[in-house]
Design a binder for this molecule. Sequence first.
Ligand SMILES: C[S@@+](CC[C@H](N)C(=O)[O-])C[C@H]1O[C@@H](n2cnc3c(N)ncnc32)[C@H](O)[C@@H]1O
Length: 306
Amino acid sequence: MFLPLYQKEDRTPANMIKLGSEILKSYSIEEPVKNAEILLSEVIGKEIPEIYLIKKEIPSQLVKKYINFLKKRIERIPLQYIVGKVDFYKYNFFVEKEVFIPRPETEILVGKAIEIYKRFFDLLPVDILDIGTGCGNIGISLALEIEKARVFATDVSEKALKVAEKNACKYNIENKIKFIKSDLFPDVDLKFDIIVSNPPYIPEKEIEKLQEEVKKEPFVALNGGKDGLDIIKRIIDNAIDFLKKEGFLLLEIGYNQLSEIEKIVEKKNLKIYNVEKDYSGIERVIVLKGRRKWTYYQEENIKLLR
Ligand SMILES: C[S@@+](CC[C@H](N)C(=O)[O-])C[C@H]1O[C@@H](n2cnc3c(N)ncnc32)[C@H](O)[C@@H]1O
């Protein structure tokens, strides 16, 4: 299978991508060309457009590394675990196996949190809590985008927290973000202006039916219990105790979960103020706020969020 790649005749990057993508395609890997390009780009250490400009042959050592990457991809190891990184929002994060891989739809949550900060807290210092931080992508992006933010980020996974710390170091913001091993909320004597979370929300029974690649991600990052709402319910149940009076809670949610969540929220001292759809038109991010009396100005501002 990998023989053509070992043969010496044409080891230019363009040909290696062609051969590599044919192999990936024969194993039904989605987007085989894109995969082959990303893997070779990582091997060579240059951006994709640049590698097509290289007309020289690739040294055998790098060919071996490329073949090794292709083999891993055929075993359905996610591309991001193979290259050890992922683009998210405006940044690039380290990611490793046993740590959830950030998804593009979660960028909507980050965008919404920034919008809320600008509209309601602009220029003021804010305390932000990121529950289930994973590799730190949400919390770190917010710390980088909001100059006066102080971020607390929790996770139950030690491995995730380790990778998140590494990402915070990469962007030199160790002084703005604190990672805490904790079951959802941290044990700190503090209330937050903004709480964000992309919690596990997949119903347990559905996990078995997911793509092989997704099943290589940590179960604890995916599993939302019987109806997918276990963790979401716990966050909503306790959020009010951790939110400042004017605080916001932003949650990423799963397909078809909004109506159930509305029922849960009804019983709590919270209200859904905004629902944001993702790129496929699925209700993906909800913005909640404590139920209280608003001034006219606040009501008008809240309306703009909808
Ligand atoms: C869907 S992943 C999200 C990771 C990251 N925030 C992102 O958006 O890409 C959910 C994360 O929540 C963590 N988690 C699961 N249960 C938790 C709990 N009870 N307390 C804190 N974190 C939890 C998982 O370890 C995982 O990192």
